[in-house]
Design a protein around this ligand. Sequence first.
Ligand code: ADP
Length: 378
Amino acid sequence: MQPRIGVLGGGQLARMMIPPAVNLGITLEVLAEAPGMSAELAAHDVGDYHDLDTVLAFAQTVDVVTFDHEHVPQAILRELVARGIPVHPGPDALLYAQDKLLMRARLSELGLPVPDWASVETSEELGAFLASHGGRAVVKTARGGYDGKGVRVVTAAHEADDWFIALAEDGNGGALLVEELVEFQRELAQLVARRPSGELAVWPVVETVQRGGVCAEVLAPARDSAGNVATMAADIATAIAEGLGVTGVMAVELFQTTDERLLVNELAMRPHNSGHWTIDGSTTSQFEQHLRAVLDLPLGATGTRDDWSVMVNILGGPQTGSIADRYPAALAAHPTVKVHAYGKEPRPGRKVGHVTATGNDLDEVAYQARAAEAFFQG
Ligand code: ADP
C-alpha cells in the first residue's frame, strides 16, 4: 500500500511537500483552510482545523498526520493521539512551538542558551524587567505571533498595555514574554530532522536576513561558520530535538551575539523558510526529509550540492499581472536560477514565492538570486 500522509494546513509548505511525495509514491492529503489555497494540487479536503470532527474525519483517511503550521489546538491533537492516530510532531513537542513562554521555560530547564527572559503579567513587572536591563527589552505575545507580529521593542512599561488589556479581556489570564534586546551580529537558522525511532540529520547552519521582521534572504551555509559556529548550532538543535522529542523537520532560529555566543530565538516544528534553499541546494530537501521522517523512514543525506546557495523570498510580488507574466524575461536573464511560485495572489508583504541560486562563488550566486528576484517586483 502507498503510504498516506495527511497535512493540516494548505499553505506553501504543504504545497512544497507535493513534488517529493509524488517522487516517492506517497499519497499526500491536505486539509486546506479554504478553496484556492497554495496546496490546492493536493487539497482534497477543505475544512476548519479548529473543529474536532473535521480533523478526525480527515485524519482517519491517512497513516500519519503532520502540519503546514503550528496553530492546530492541543485538545484536537491529543484526541487524535488518544485514538491511535500517529501525529508528527506530537502534541507534547509541538506545544513548545505554539507557546513562546513554555518554550523559553523548557529550554532554560534543559540548560540551552536563550536570551535573559521573564514571564510578566502586569506593566509593573515589565517595568522591573526594563529597569534591570538598561531600559530596553523585547516583549512578545506567547501565542499566535508570526513574521514579527506579536514582537515589540519597548523602552517604557506602558508600551505593552494594549497587550495586557487584550490578555485580561481574553479571560484566560496569561502573561507576556519579555526578554533582553539581544545585540546580535546576525541571525542564523539550524535545520534538523528526527525520526520517531531516533535517527537524526542536520543540514549546514544558514544565515537568515530579516527585513521588517520578515525573512528576506537566506545564505547557505552561513558565512564563516565552518568549525565552532556550525558545531554549536548543530549541537543546540540536536539537544532540542532530542530533549523535546521532536519528530519531523524542525528549524531553530538563533542569534549570533557580538560576543560570539549562540542564543535560541524561536522554534518551528515543520519545514521552514530558512530551509527552502535545500530544494535546489542539498542532496535531500527539507520537504522530502519531513515526509521520510514522519513515516519513520531512513533519512537522506544533508550535504550541499554546490558550495553556496542563496534563497531570496519574493515578497509582495508584481504590482501588475502575475509572477508567470514575468517568466519570459526573468528565466531568459537567469537560466541558472530556480524560481518557485506558491500560487498565491500578489499582495504587499506577502510571501508569494522564492528564487534560489547555487554555485561556487558566493558573490555571483547572491547576485544571480537577487537580480532574478527583482524581475518579480514593481
Ligand atoms: P516571529 O514569531 O514573529 O517570527 P520572533 O520571535 O522570531 O517572532 O522575532 C522576530 C524578529 O525580531 C527576529 O527575527 C529578530 O530580528 C527580532 N527579535 C526577536 N527577539 C529579539 C531579541 N530578544 N533581541 C533582539 N531582536 C529580537
